[in-house]
Design a binder for this molecule. Structure first.
Ligand code: LLP
Length: 421
């Protein structure tokens, strides 16, 4: 559920009229709802309330400082995957002991940054990384708390580009090798082994792959304990999907997921961490765009928007479906007709939808892409020198620009001309 609902035929973001924000900010822009972000965080928090836990928001989904501060102030931890994300989490006031560091290629500099600034744990993904981490920690005279990410060889049944839990994927260490790797970790002097990490993919719409993976983690916990390791924390990753198309069957809810976690690993007495990104931010954000032209093509109509693939890459990259709705609803009786919905970028891939049934729309009308809060703004670029799309946040009846649209001069002045020119 989200807080982008129609009132008297006009799309509202909580209690703010989306068209009014568009008039003040210009289009395109991302718009986030504070209430939706908090509700999604709280749903997970409640779903795990049967035991000690921390919901670490996977901030790669949407990492604006205002979003991080909203969630961090509510008690969320953060899952970071780069030095930049670590710095962002700290800048938003999240304490180090609520930050977990994931990612397959952490550099020495990133490791040092996190060890010096404070960290809850590193989720280690390989033996070479484990050795470097130990060396850096020793050189700083500290112990690095770690889990090791195991790859359970489970099919997440999601898009190939976002599945991570099969043995052919680059993530984690094969679960069959885990006992040997934990044995080495225990010998390394800069490390303190505290648990196990697993993450099998994103936009999972069934519970079964989670169940298979978590059962394997439960078995491994018992084996590793028998080997003498202290396993007190399980990081179970993120990945729970959201309904992108209203017609589709809805994916399981956080409550179902929480019950599954309890059923599979609850008996082990471990502290549970999860790393949801999409489910927290996805339906908490929309992308608002304006129709530049309605163009009659050969046997089809194009809706040419001022938003493009550089602003929202998901349809071009994953063939993702986003609902596209008018910001001001047409009369109830209006007939739907098919449109190809495209942006102005010079590639045919700059297509959001083909033959999408829409109510009549004209030049200048506003549309909103639903479910665009996760992996939207963070994956935007300035391709075609289109200014990085701004971000706006609503809270009740107030709104604020949380990232400005850069001016052309700001964009151009980021370049420097070498002195020989
Ligand atoms: N933890 C780890 C280690 C991850 O790699 C990810 C996502 C998450 C947590 C959060 O997963 P979520 O709850 O958001 O599904 N750009 C793609 C999604 C990439 C996901 C990458 N990793 C998209 O737009 O669909």
């Amino acid at each position: 559920m989200d807080h982008f609902l129609y009132r008297d035929g006009r799309l509202m973001a909580e209690d703010v009229d989306v068209a009014e924000i568009a008039a003040s900010v210009g289009t395109p822009f991302y718009l986030y709802s504070t209430a939706t972000l908090l509700r999604h965080y709280q749903l997970f928090d409640e779903a795990l309330s049967w035991g000690p836990h921390l919901v670490c928001y996977a901030m790669k989904a949407a990492s604006n400082q205002a979003i991080l501060k909203t969630l961090g102030d509510a008690g969320a931890g953060m899952d970071v995957v780069s030095g930049g994300e670590y710095a962002r989490a700290k800048a938003a006031g999240v304490p180090g002991d609520r930050i977990v560091f994931s990612g397959v290629g952490k550099t020495e500099e990133e490791i040092r940054l996190a060890l010096e600034g404070g960290i809850r744990q590193f989720n280690v993904e390989s033996e070479p990384e484990m050795r470097v981490l130990s060396q850096v920690a020793e050189s700083l005279g500290v112990l690095a708390p770690i889990t090791i990410r195991v790859n359970p060889d489970v099919d997440a049944k999601t898009h190939a580009k976002i599945a991570t839990g099969k043995s052919e994927n680059k993530f984690g260490i094969p679960i069959a090798k885990a006992r040997a790797v934990y044995a080495e970790a225990a010998r390394l002097r800069g490390l303190k082994v505290i648990g196990i990490d697993v993450h099998i993919g994103s936009q999972l719409t069934q519970l079964e792959p989670f169940e298979l993976a978590y059962q394997k983690v439960a078995e491994l916990t018992e084996q590793l304990r028998a080997d003498g390791h202290e396993i007190s924390r399980l990081d179970l990753g993120g990945g729970l999907g959201i309904p992108y198309a209203r017609s589709n069957e809805a994916p399981p809810l956080p409550t179902d997921y929480g019950a599954l976690v309890q059923r599979t690993v609850g008996h082990l007495g471990c502290e549970i961490e999860i790393e949801p990104g999409r489910l927290i931010a996805g339906n908490a954000g929309i992308l608002v765009s304006r129709v530049i032209y309605v163009k009659e093509g050969e046997g089809r109509k194009f809706l040419i928007l001022d938003g493009a693939m550089n602003d929202l890459i998901r349809p071009a990259m994953y063939d993702a479906h986003h609902e596209i709705v008018p910001v001001v609803e047409a009369a109830a009786a209006a007939e739907l007709s098919p449109y190809d919905i495209v942006g102005p970028v010079c590639e045919s891939g700059d297509t959001f939808a083909k033959g999408r049934l829409m109510p009549p729309l004209s030049d200048g009308d506003l549309v909103a892409f639903r479910s665009a809060g996760a992996y939207g703004a963070v994956m935007a670029s300035e391709y075609n020198t289109r200014p990085l799309v701004p971000e706006v946040m609503v809270n009740g009846d107030q709104f604020a620009v949380i990232r400005q649209r850069p001016t052309f001069d700001e964009i151009i002045n980021r370049d420097t001309i070498p002195e020989w020119l």
